[in-house]
Ligand binder design. Structure first.
Ligand code: ARG
Length: 458
């Protein structure tokens, strides 16, 4: 750190170095840092701020440092505070005076703001790719199980019959909104902050538009104070990631329930299940449990950094360094959870009989019976009342709906006709023939639409 210690007579206490260093985690930004520095060096030469030959030396130096880093040959000096200083120090070591010019018209404050934006752009692409893979797995499973009927639940009580495919496509929709949120976040991250300097803007004739083009940004930041201290894009990613993890956690919870003996709708693949160290009969959904469990840390990272940002005066404050560990952890957790969840869905086996058995249970056609009476002229509220009494009677008699005699039906309403026996699970499904409904033909359309969204055609 000697090259920025000009004003000091004393070295920094070792404990302080350790406490303040971001190098143990921000080394991950090295590619982004080098890409930013290369663009900066080119811009400086174009503008005549440094010579063309210095810029060539700098760019070559940075490229060779990138190789050292990629090949694990870079020696990290723990006394250097962060990745920016580590790379700059090495550049000076390699190129001497030329390297000493890279930090002209720049501050680590606009430098880190840039690096993080470059990082998050990449993270968003990776995240969206993985969301798409999970959507693909869900749609494939939906398509392969179009004939599987299961109970739809409210309050986790069997409510009405639905297609398993319909249920799976509900998650497709959630993930579709997640993609929208990540793409929105990308728009706000798409702003180039270099030129803001430490806080007030730089005094050199820099070409910010050129930098934006070189680095693939569509806009430059409009206020230097904001640009060096804005981390909204980090929070937006973390918020979108929290919502996405919430979706994964809900799906994980269903997988846990469905694979339990009580439900028995699916069987997990052995490659995605674990055994018990004591109970040999067990096949445990630990993978799904961990997806559910890891959701906590993703929420936590969002709350932690919102709390860090609260009450920070303009402009840069070192508190901002706390943005990185949580963000990296969130990106790693979400990207891995999406990937694992995709494998879980792609390999599980559906137990159609188990799901069908659950549909037989619990008077699941009661709503259809009420709708039937409405069709015969009864007001819905009284139809609901009549069917309620009929179900209570059937429960007492220990009979299912098809087991009730016509006389029994008739004793509850004169509107019942023999056609009451044509109310079946299939008729119940087919009747929900509206956009967004579970009628098999609507679900088939939804599968086709989902495939089109994923670019798979029909
Ligand atoms: N390591 C710092 C961070 O992550 C880089 C910026 C340091 N700037 C400063 N003025 N100390 O935020």
């Amino acid at each position: 750190m000697s090259h920025i210690r000009g004003r000091f007579q004393k070295a920094v206490d070792k404990k302080v170095v350790e406490y303040t260093s971001s190098l143990p985690f921000d080394w991950r930004l090295y590619k982004h840092d080098i890409a930013g520095s290369i663009a900066h060096a080119r811009m400086l030469a174009r503008q005549g701020i440094i010579s063309k030959s210095d810029s060539v030396i700098i760019v070559q130096g940075l490229e060779s440092i990138e190789q050292e880093l990629a090949q694990d040959e870079f020696r990290f000096k723990t006394e250097l505070e962060d990745i920016h200083m580590a790379i700059e120090a090495r550049l000076i070591e390699k190129t001497g005076e030329a390297g000493g010019k890279i930090h002209t018209a720049r501050s680590r404050n606009d430098q880190i703001a840039l690096d993080l934006r470059l990082y998050i752009r990449e993270a968003i692409s990776q995240t969206v790719d993985n969301v798409r893979e999970l959507q693909r797995a869900l749609v494939n499973l939906a398509e392969a199980s179009m004939d599987v009927v299961m109970p739809g639940y409210t309050h986790l009580q069997p409510a009405q019959p639905i297609l398993l495919a319909h249920h799976l496509l509900a998650y497709f929709e959630m993930l579709q909104r997640d993609v929208g949120r990540f793409n929105d976040c990308r728009k706000r991250a798409d702003v180039m902050p270099l030129g803001s300097g430490a806080l007030a803007g730089v005094t050199y004739n820099v070409d910010r538009e050129f930098l934006a083009r070189e680095l693939g940004f569509s806009q430059v930041s409009q206020n230097s104070l904001d640009a060096v201290s804005d981390r909204d894009f980090v929070l937006e990613y973390e918020a979108a990631a929290s919502t996405c993890m919430m979706h994964l956690s809900r799906l994980a919870e269903e997988i846990i329930l469905w694979s339990s003996a009580g439900f028995d709708f699916i069987e997990l693949d052995e490659a995605y299940a674990t055994g018990s160290s004591i109970m040999p009969q067990k096949k445990n959904p630990d993978v799904a449990e961990l997806i559910r469990g890891k959701t906590g840390r993703v929420y936590g990272n969002l709350m932690a950094f919102l709390t860090t940002m609260k009450a920070l005066p303009l402009a840069y404050n070192r508190d901002l360094q706390e943005d990185k560990e949580g963000l990296f952890n969130t990106v790693d957790t979400l990207v891995a959870s999406l990937d694992i969840c995709t494998g879980l869905i792609a390999t599980l086996k559906v137990n159609a009989e188990g799901a069908a058995r659950a549909v037989e249970h619990g008077y699941i056609l009661a709503t259809d019976l009420a709708d039937y009476l409405v069709g015969k002229g009864e007001a819905f509220r009284s139809a609901h009342e009549i069917v309620g009494r009929l179900i209570s009677y059937a429960v007492k008699k220990g009979k299912s709906l098809p087991e009730l005699s016509f006389a029994e039906y008739s004793s509850f309403s004169p509107l019942f006709g023999e056609d009451v026996y044509s109310i079946t699970v299939d008729s119940s499904l087919a009747a929900r023939d509206i956009i967004g409904g579970t009628a098999p033909k609507r679900v088939a359309q939804a599968v086709a639409a989902a495939k089109k969204t994923l670019g798979q055609g029909s």
